[in-house]
Design a protein around this ligand. Structure first.
Ligand code: BGC
Length: 892
C-alpha cells in the first residue's frame, strides 16, 4: 500500500469535475461533452503538466479503473477546461462515470479524483414514445390550469427511473403524491416553435411496487401569453393551449425496461388554479382542490380523456442550464393599514418572485395580493410605473379563495412579479407580519465573486447590481421583472461582464444564444427582445442591442475560455455582421437605438447620435468576428473581416473624429468621446486629445457622468484604462444627480431604469459599474491572450479616499483574490492566483524601486519574473500560482 502511494503528489488533488459546465448532469445532448476540473493546491507555482481521464459505463467499473468508454491515457497538457470527450460513441440514456488524475510540475501524479458522472438524454427523435396531449379543444381564452394523470402497476422494484418531460408553458410533475424536483417556472422560455426544452429527472426513489400515480399540472407561461400587451406575445406564432409530452423509463429488477408515456389513456380535469397569466397573476380557489389526485388509488372516473394534439412545433432539446428556484424567503420589514382592510407590507428589498400567504378564515373568502415597487405618500402601493403596457386583465395581482379549514399556506406557481411592497386586501381578521413572506425567485446562479471596499456607497451599488441581476434572470436575462419580463438584448449585453464576474451564467447564456439563432431572420436581422414572438425587429433593436449576439459569446470565451460557444454561433454571428454591412452607407451604420436613458434633456450638443455608437459596434463586432475566425482557423474570413474593420475605422475617423478640437462628431457628448476611446477607434496621441476633451466635459459636469446605458459603460472603463481611474472613481462614487449613489440615497435596493427614478426600479442595464469595481478597483481582469483567466491580470487603481478594496472571483482554475489597503504612504496588495494559471501584476506605483514582494525587494525568482512597465508607468510582474504580498509607496 505505502509503495503505491509513493510518488503520488501529496500537495495536489483534483476537484470540481464538470461536464458541459454542469455538475453530474442528466440529459446531456452533446455526443462529445466537454470536461473540466480544477487542481487543488496551495503550493506556489502549482500547475498541471499532464492529465488522464477515465470514463466508464458504470461506477463499479470506474472503481476498478476500467475505462471501458474512454481512457485518454496520459496526455501531456496543461488544459483543464472544456476537454472534449473522445471515447466510445455515446447512445441515448447512456450513463458515464468519470474521474481524472493530473500530474504536477514535477511530474508527480495526483490521486484519482472522486467519481463524477453524466448521463445522455434522448438523442434521437424516435426515442420519444410519448404523444403531445392536452385538455381538449382550445377556445383561445385562458382556462383553468389543467391537471393530467395516469396510473400503472409495477410488479417489481425499479432500479433506475427517469422522467423526460416537457410541459408547456410551465409544468409541475408529481409522482405518488410527491413533487418532482425543486425547480419552478420550468421549462425555460424559448421560441417554442423552433425549440422546446424537456427536462430529465431521476425518479427512482419515488416509484413503488404496486400502483403508481403520475400527475402533472400545466400553466400558461410564455407559451400561452394571452394578455393583451404591446409586445404582441398574444400573437406569437407558437401560442396555444398548455400541452404535455413525457415519458418515464423504468429499469426493473429483472433487467427489463418499461416505458410509461403520455398518451390517449391519460385523463384530465381542472382544479384550484382557475387563472394564471404570466403578466396578470394567478387566481387560486382552494375549494376546488382535488385531494389525492396524484396518489395511487384516486378515483378519476369523473375525469375526461385527454386529446392527442399537434406538437409545439420546435425540436425538443434537453434543458441543460441552471434552473429557476425559490432561493430565499424574506420576512417583511414592516406593515401598515393604509385604508380600512387594506394593508401594505414592505419587504425592505425589491425582488422578483411572489408572496406566500398564511391565512385562516371562512371558506370562500377572497384575499387579494397586489405587488408594486413604489408606494404613494399615504403608503398605499403605486403600480403606475409598471402597468402601462398591460392592456388586459390586472397587473401583478394574485387572488386566493379560502377552503375554510385549518391554516392555509399558499403561493402562486405559474407567474412571478417584481416588487418590494405587497398590498393585502380581503384578509379575514387582522394580518400580522407572519401573514406574508416574500419568496425570492430567479435562475439559481452560483455566486462566483464578491466585491467590497471602504466606501459604503459603492458597496450599496454592488448589492443593488447583484439584486437587479438576479431579479432579472428567469431562464433568460430580462429587462425588468414586472412591466415587461422581456429578454432585451442590449441590457444583457451591457451587464454580461458583471454577471460573469459575480455569478455563473455560462449555461444560461449558452441557451440564450440558441434563442438568438432561433429568432434571427434569414437576412441576419435580430429583434430587440429574444425570444420574440415576432415583435421588435423594427423598433428596439440596432447594433448596440444586437451586439449581444457577438459580445456574449466573446465574453464567454474571454472569461471562461470556452471556444465551443464561438463555433456554435459563428455562422449566425457572421450573418449578423453581413446584415450590418447590408445596412451600411460608406461603412457608417445608423439604425436602431442609441444611448438610452440619458440623464439630461435631449439637446443636439450633448446627445450622441446613434450612428456613432452603431458604427463603433459595427467596427468592434467585425474585429471580434475576425478574431473568432482566427481561433476557428477560418483564415479567409479572418482576413475579410479584419479588412472590413479597418475600413470602418477609417470611415469613422473621416466622419466623426476632429483632431483639431479633440471632439467626436463635433458634440460635447461624453458618450461620443468615451465611445471612440473605449471601442478602440482612436489611439496614441489622438486618444490623448480625445481623452483631454472628455476629461474637460466630465469636469464641466462637476465630475458627473452625462450618459445613458451605453456611455456609462464606456466612460468608467475608458477613464481607468487611460490612467484616469481617479476621475472614474469620482463619477462612480457621487451621491447627487445623476449618479448610482443618488439612487442609493433615495432608498434604492436595486438599480433603476433611469436616473430620475420615474420608470422601472429594477433594471440591470446600468450594472456594468459592478464589473468596473472588479476590473478597475480590485483590478481583476481577464487576458485575451490567455482567456478564461489562464493568465490573470491584476491592475488595481488606488484612488480617491478609498483605503481598502477586497474582491475574489472563481475562475475556471479556482479562486482569484485581490485585496489592497493603504497604510500611510504605503500600499499593500495581496493577490492569490489559482493553480494551473498565472498572473500579471501591475503594482500601483511609479516608483518601481519601492516594490517589495513578500517583504523582500522585488527580484526575479520564487515564481516571479519582472516585465516591462505598463503604459501608465507602473512596474509589472509575471507570477506563478500562489499567494503573494506586494508592497509599494503610493503612486506620485
Ligand atoms: C426596456 C429596456 C430596453 C429598451 C429598449 C425598454 O422598454 O425596458 O430595458 O433596452 O426598452 O428600447
Amino acid at each position: 500500500m505505502s509503495d503505491e502511494i509513493k510518488g503520488i503528489s501529496q500537495t495536489s488533488a483534483v476537484a470540481n469535475l464538470c461536464c458541459n459546465d454542469l455538475s453530474n448532469p442528466l440529459g446531456v445532448e452533446t455526443t462529445r461533452p466537454l470536461l473540466s476540473w480544477t487542481m487543488q493546491s496551495a503550493e506556489r507555482g502549482a500547475c498541471q503538466t499532464a492529465y488522464r481521464v477515465l470514463v466508464a459505463s458504470s461506477p463499479e467499473k470506474l472503481g476498478r479503473d476500467e475505462g471501458d468508454l474512454w481512457d485518454s491515457g496520459k496526455i501531456e497538457s496543461d488544459r483543464s477546461t472544456h476537454v472534449q470527450y473522445l471515447g466510445a460513441p455515446l447512445k441515448s440514456r447512456q450513463a458515464a462515470s468519470w474521474k481524472i488524475m493530473v500530474w504536477d510540475k514535477d511530474g508527480t501524479p495526483s490521486l484519482w479524483s472522486e467519481q463524477a458522472r453524466w448521463e445522455m438524454g434522448l438523442l434521437r427523435k424516435s426515442d420519444w414514445k410519448g404523444y403531445w396531449i392536452n385538455a381538449g379543444r382550445y377556445g383561445g381564452d385562458p382556462s383553468p390550469a389543467p391537471m393530467l394523470r395516469t396510473s400503472f402497476m409495477l410488479k417489481q422494484r425499479v432500479t433506475g427511473g427517469r422522467a423526460y418531460i416537457c410541459g408547456l408553458g410551465y409544468y409541475e410533475l408529481y409522482i405518488n403524491g410527491k413533487r418532482v424536483g425543486d425547480e419552478v417556472l420550468a421549462p425555460a422560455f424559448s421560441r417554442y416553435d423552433k425549440t422546446a426544452y424537456y427536462q430529465t429527472w431521476d425518479v427512482t426513489n419515488l416509484l413503488q411496487v404496486g400502483e403508481n400515480a403520475i400527475g402533472v399540472i400545466l400553466g400558461n407561461g410564455w407559451y400561452n401569453a394571452f394578455t393583451a400587451e404591446v409586445w404582441d406575445f398574444k400573437q406569437a406564432p407558437w401560442r396555444s393551449q398548455p400541452k404535455l409530452k413525457c415519458q418515464f423509463h423504468l429499469n426493473l429488477e429483472d433487467g427489463k425496461e418499461r416505458i410509461i408515456a403520455s398518451g390517449p389513456e391519460w385523463k384530465f380535469t381542472t382544479g384550484p388554479i382557475v387563472f394564471d397569466g404570466l403578466r396578470n397573476g394567478e387566481v387560486y380557489d382552494a375549494r376546488l382542490e382535488k385531494h389525492g389526485w396524484c396518489m395511487p388509488g384516486y378515483d378519476d372516473r369523473e375525469w375526461k380523456s385527454v386529446e392527442i394534439i399537434a406538437a409545439a412545433g420546435g425540436a425538443l432539446h434537453s434543458q441543460q442550464h441552471t434552473p429557476i428556484r425559490v432561493t430565499a424567503t424574506l420576512k417583511p420589514a414592516s406593515m401598515k393599514e393604509v385604508r380600512p382592510g387594506v394593508w401594505v407590507f414592505d419587504l425592505g428589498q425589491n425582488i422578483a418572485g411572489w408572496a406566500q400567504l398564511r391565512v385562516s378564515g371562512a371558506a370562500g373568502t377572497e384575499v387579494t395580493l397586489r405587488y408594486a415597487e413604489k408606494i404613494l405618500e399615504n403608503g398605499d402601493i403605486d403600480q403606475s410605473n409598471i402597468n402601462p403596457f398591460i392592456k388586459s386583465g390586472e397587473c401583478q395581482t394574485d387572488k386566493y379563495i379560502l377552503k375554510g379549514y385549518g391554516e392555509e399556506l399558499w403561493e402562486p406557481r405559474f407567474c412571478y412579479h417584481g416588487f418590494q411592497w405587497i398590498q393585502l386586501s380581503g384578509y379575514p381578521g387582522t394580518p400580522t407580519l407572519d401573514s406574508i413572506s416574500g419568496r425570492v425567485v430567479h435562475t439559481d446562479f452560483e455566486t462566483r465573486g464578491e466585491f467590497s471596499c471602504s466606501k459604503e456607497v459603492l458597496n450599496s451599488i454592488q448589492r443593488c447590481a447583484r439584486w437587479s441581476t438576479l431579479g432579472n434572470y428567469h431562464g433568460i436575462p430580462t429587462d425588468c421583472p414586472h412591466r415587461e419580463k422581456n429578454g432585451w438584448t442590449g441590457d444583457a449585453s451591457l451587464s454580461a461582464e458583471q454577471v460573469l464576474l459575480n455569478f455563473a451564467p455560462e449555461t444560461a447564456y449558452r441557451k440564450w444564444m440558441r434563442d438568438f439563432r432561433d429568432c434571427q431572420r434569414d437576412s441576419g436581422q435580430l429583434p430587440g427582445i429574444v425570444p420574440t414572438g415576432g415583435w421588435g425587429f423594427n423598433w428596439g433593436s440596432g447594433p448596440a442591442w444586437d451586439s449581444a449576439f457577438i459580445l456574449i459569446p466573446w465574453y464567454l470565451y474571454l472569461y471562461r475560455g470556452d471556444l465551443s460557444v464561438l463555433s456554435e454561433n459563428y455562422e449566425r454571428i457572421k450573418l449578423y455582421v453581413d446584415y450590418m454591412t447590408s445596412m451600411a452607407v460608406g461603412n457608417i451604420v445608423d439604425f436602431g437605438l442609441g444611448d438610452w436613458c440619458v440623464p439630461h434633456e435631449p439637446s443636439p450638443e450633448r446627445t450622441c447620435a446613434a450612428k456613432i455608437t452603431d458604427t463603433a459596434y459595427y467596427y468592434v463586432d467585425s474585429l471580434i468576428l475576425a478574431q473568432m475566425a482566427e481561433l476557428l482557423c477560418k483564415t479567409a474570413d479572418a482576413k475579410k473581416y479584419r479588412a472590413l474593420a479597418g475600413r470602418i475605422r477609417k470611415s469613422f475617423w473621416k466622419h466623426f473624429v476632429d483632431l483639431k478640437t479633440g471632439q467626436v462628431a463635433g458634440a460635447r457628448s461624453q458618450t461620443a468621446l468615451a465611445c471612440a476611446l473605449y471601442q478602440g477607434l482612436v489611439d496614441g496621441d489622438d486618444a490623448t486629445k480625445v481623452l483631454a476633451t472628455l476629461v474637460a466635459e466630465v469636469e464641466a459636469q462637476k465630475r458627473h457622468h452625462d450618459c445613458g446605458i451605453l456611455g456609462c459603460k464606456y466612460l468608467l472603463n475608458c477613464l481607468s484604462d487611460y490612467g484616469r481611474g481617479d476621475l472614474a472613481y469620482a463619477i462612480a462614487s457621487q451621491t447627487d444627480y445623476p449618479s448610482w449613489g443618488e439612487w442609493v440615497m433615495r432608498g434604492a435596493t436595486t438599480l433603476w431604469e433611469d436616473f430620475k427614478g420615474a420608470t422601472s426600479r429594477n433594471h440591470h442595464m446600468f450594472s456594468d459599474i459592478s464589473a468596473w469595481f472588479y476590473r478597475a478597483l480590485a483590478g481583476i481582469k481577464p487576458d485575451i491572450r490567455a482567456p478564461g483567466f489562464k493568465n490573470v491580470i491584476i491592475q488595481p487603481n488606488v484612488v480617491g479616499d478609498l483605503t481598502w478594496v477586497k474582491a475574489w472571483h472563481r475562475s475556471p482554475y479556482g479562486r482569484i483574490e485581490s485585496e489592497w489597503k493603504t497604510k500611510g504612504n504605503e500600499i499593500h496588495l495581496r493577490v492569490v492566483i489559482p493553480p494551473n494559471s498565472c498572473g500579471e501584476i501591475h503594482v500601483p506605483t511609479r516608483d518601481a524601486s519601492s516594490v517589495l514582494i513578500d517583504g523582500h525587494a522585488a527580484a526575479e525568482g520564487s515564481g516571479v519574473r519582472i516585465l516591462p512597465s505598463d503604459s501608465l508607468g507602473q512596474p509589472v510582474f509575471a507570477i506563478e500560482a500562489g499567494t503573494y504580498l506586494f508592497q509599494c509607496v503610493a503612486k506620485l
